[in-house]
Design a protein around this ligand. Sequence first.
Ligand code: ADP
Length: 139
Amino acid sequence: MATNRTFTMIKPDGVENGHIGGILNMITEGGFRIVAMKLTRLTVADAKAFYAVHAERPFYGELVDFMTRGPIVAAILEKENAVEDFRTLIGATNPANAAEGTIRKKYATSMGENAVHGSDSDENAAIESAFHFAGREMF
Ligand code: ADP
C-alpha cells in the first residue's frame, strides 16, 4: 500500500543557483503539503551512506563531493501516493530526458547536478525522513 509521505532534498546546485523558492513553489503547486523542512548540510559520511547503493559506480566520488559542497534543503512531503507522484514531478535523472513541466526539466543542469532528490520507495522515504528529522519537527 502506498504511504502518503516522501522525502526530498533540494541539492547543493539548486540552493546555489537560487532555486529554493521556485522548486518549493512547484512542490506546493503539485499538491504536496510540507510536513517538515530545514536548511542543512550533509557530511561526507552522510553522503556516502545515503548513496551507498552507488558505491561501486564510477560517479560515486563525484556525487559525494557534489552533495557535500554546500547546504541542501531537506523536507518531508505529504500527498496521496506521495513517492510515485513526486518521482513524476521531479522527472528523469538526466534532465535531457526529463519531461516538460518537471522540476529537473526546469532546474537541473546535468545528470549529476539535477537539483532535487526524491525517495524511490516508501521504505526509503521513511529511512531518509528519520535520518533528518525528529518526530517533533514533523507537522
Ligand atoms: P535518482 O536521483 O533519479 O533516483 P539515481 O538513484 O540513479 O537517480 O542516482 C542518484 C543520483 O546520483 C542522481 O540523482 C544523480 O545526482 C547522481 N547520478 C546518477 N547517475 C549518474 C551519472 N551517470 N553521472 C553522474 N551522476 C549520476
